[in-house]
Structure formats: C-alpha cells, structure tokens
Design a protein around this ligand. Structure first.
Ligand code: AMP
Ligand code: MG
Length: 342
C-alpha cells in the first residue's frame, strides 16, 4: 500500500478533506494531536477499527481512545456521564485527558476490547478537532507499531506505518509529546490509570480528591484496570536501564556508561541538560530541550535506535507532579530494569 503524506501547513484544506474521505471509506489516517500522533478510524465502523489493530500489531485486548470534538458527542457515547466526568471535562477539555466512562452498547466491541467502558478525549489541536467535525468520533491509539515509542513527528509515524496505512497528516512536532492522562470517572473519586501532562494535583484541585492506580510505577501482571498497563511499551531496540533519582545518580550513570563502553557496547545517556553537562564527553541525548523531560523522551528513544546505540541509560526524576508521567514511560521503556534504587 502506498502511504501518502499531506501537510497541514501548506495544504490544510486538501489534507483535511482527503483525510475525512479516507476515514469515510473505512480506511486509516494518522493525524497529529497535542499529545502524540494518533492512528484513526471512524469509531462506529468495526471493520475499519480492526485495521488499526492489524496495522500496529496491537493486542486485541488493549482498547482504544475515542476522540470527540464536542461535549454532546462525548455524552452520546457515555451510558452514565458522572458529575466527576463533567467536572473534569469542563476543567481540562479540550486537552490531554481521556475519561473512562460507562460505554453505550452501540460502540463496537473492537473499540473497547469488549469492556463495558470507553475512553473519551477531546484533543486540544485545531486540525484534529476539524477532522473529527468532518468525520465524526475517531477511535485512535498512538500511531506507532505496538511496543515502540509513541510518535511525536510525522517522520516517526512514517518510520513505523509506511506501507501499512494510506494517509499521514503532517502537523509538525506534537506540543506535549506524551500521551494523555487516563482517568476513570466511574467511582467515588477519580482514579489515574495512566499519568500524563495533567497531574494528580491539578485533578485534586478541581475534584477535591484523586487516586493513582497501582501499577503506574510498577510492573503489572494478570488483571489490570487499564489493559495498556500489561503490555511492553515504548521500548528502544537497544537494551535500556533506568537510573533512579538520588544524590548518586550522576556517579551511577557515568559508571554504567563506562562499563558498557569497556565491553565494546555503544552506550548513550538520556538525561536533563544539567546532567549532560556533568557527563563530559559521554554520548548523551538531552530530554528537556523543549521544556519537561517527558517531551523529549519518545524522540530520544527513537534517535538512540537510529544512531545505533545498543545500550541506553535513562535518568530518572522524582515521580511527583509532572515527573509521574515521565517515570511511568521511562520505566516501561526500560522494561522495569532499574539501577541505583535506594
Ligand atoms: P494509546 O492511545 O495507544 O495510548 O492507548 C490507549 C490507552 O487507553 C491504553 O493504555 C488503554 O489501556 C487505555 N484505555 C482505553 N480504553 C480504556 C478503558 N475502557 N478502560 C481502561 N483503559 C482504557
Ligand atoms: Mg500507545
């Protein structure tokens, strides 16, 4: 299959029209959002949604997020829109937050992986919203091959999806660069199933309370609240290790790097600017060039692969506030291989 790339800068109208038509025909379109690139199909078309799982190699038990453009669309997909869902949607939509709510039975089972709940999100991205307005609600996971780091540029999408999907919309770099905060809105208090840019503290500020699910910073086996927690994620091709944040982290990173190099490996350190300065001539990819560490992580993991680094050391941060989303992704990228834990 030929994969077409259309720019949302130089050919916006043509790109959006072609994308809406492709979706209406039951085919897939990769499109930018403020978090990461999504791989979309019309949410009411089971046949089309099945193609997402095939293109990604995604396990069928991992449900998708349905992207909406209006509150009315969200409420129409929910069997029980709770006051918590309403409060959060008002505070943070459009934005990097997906709300788990009871699903109406008309949503195809392939979207929800057979669960009785559905994840809904209104992205804060003009072209993504324009596309949803043209095509209706769009089911979309991240547009990477399953297990690979999420794509934050159209080039990343092309790397993974060329030949597998007919159309990629190029909207440049994603502003946030880490996937949405996933929140279960069905209980007494909101529960974070996957941390993102919207933090526990921000949710507490509007809802009065908020819990973080077990498994956000630990390996989950067996039954998970959010099936995505079970699967290997974000992994570079080189073997990765996360170095836990501590006063010794700088020493640990340098030692691990030097040891790897001494046995003939090509190591690289993924770290903050300040740490880079302390690492001397060691190869580093700086994560916080454009703001927080999470923003640079996925691009750096892909860059490490591209440049042939076969041993990856990732600097940990305090898993509080925005650090929670970063640590959740970094730990999974490292397959929970952690050094320097105190
Ligand atoms: P992705 O868009 O690739 O980040 O994947 C969507 C994420 O949302 C995965 O981690 C899913 O497990 C999670 N998710 C989607 N629907 C549900 C649901 N109904 N209940 C719990 N988690 C969900
Ligand atoms: Mg994903």
């Amino acid at each position: 299959m030929e994969t077409k790339l259309l720019s949302l800068y130089s050919q916006r109208e043509e790109a959006l029209t072609a994308a809406a038509q492709t979706l209406a025909e039951g085919a897939l379109v990769a499109f930018p959002t403020e978090t990461v690139y999504g791989l979309g199909a019309c949410a009411d078309n089971a046949e089309a949604v099945r193609k997402i799982f095939a293109a990604k190699g995604r396990p069928a038990d991992n449900p998708l997020i349905v992207h909406v453009a209006t509150m009315a669309q969200a409420q129409a997909l929910s069997r029980s829109w709770t006051p918590i869902a309403q409060t959060l949607a008002r505070a943070f939509w459009p934005g990097p937050m997906s709300l788990i709510t009871a699903a109406v039975p008309s949503i195809p089972a392939v979207v929800t992986a057979g669960l009785d709940s559905v994840a809904l999100r209104m992205p804060d991205h003009a072209e993504a919203l324009a596309l949803i307005r043209l095509a209706g609600p769009i089911a979309a996971p991240s547009a990477n091959l399953s297990g690979r780091p999420s794509p934050v540029t159209a080039a990343h999408v092309h790397e993974d999806m060329a030949g597998r999907i007919p159309l990629i919309l190029d909207g440049g770099d994603c502003r946030i660069g880490v996937e949405s905060t996933v929140i279960d809105t069905r209980g007494e208090v909101p529960v974070i199933l996957r941390p993102g840019q919207i933090t526990k503290e921000q949710i507490e500020a509007v809802c009065g309370a908020c819990r973080v699910a077990d498994g956000v910073l630990t390996e989950v086996t067996g039954k998970a609240l959010s099936p995505g927690m079970l699967h290997r994620h974000y992994a570079p091709r080189g073997q990765a290790t996360l170095v836990w944040p501590s006063a010794q982290a700088q020493k640990t990173l340098a030692q691990l790097y030097d040891m790897a190099q001494s046995i003939g490996l090509r190591p690289v350190i993924l770290c903050a600017k300040a740490m880079h300065e302390a690492m001397g001539a060691r190869a580093c990819l700086v994560l916080d060039e454009q703001g927080d560490m999470a923003h640079g992580l996925f691009a750096a993991l892909r860059q490490a692969d591209e440049w042939g680094f076969d041993r990856v050391f990732i600097q940990g941060v305090d898993p509080a506030g925005p650090g929670l989303a970063y640590m959740n992704r970094a730990l999974r990228a490292a397959g929970f291989d952690v050094a320097g834990e105190t």
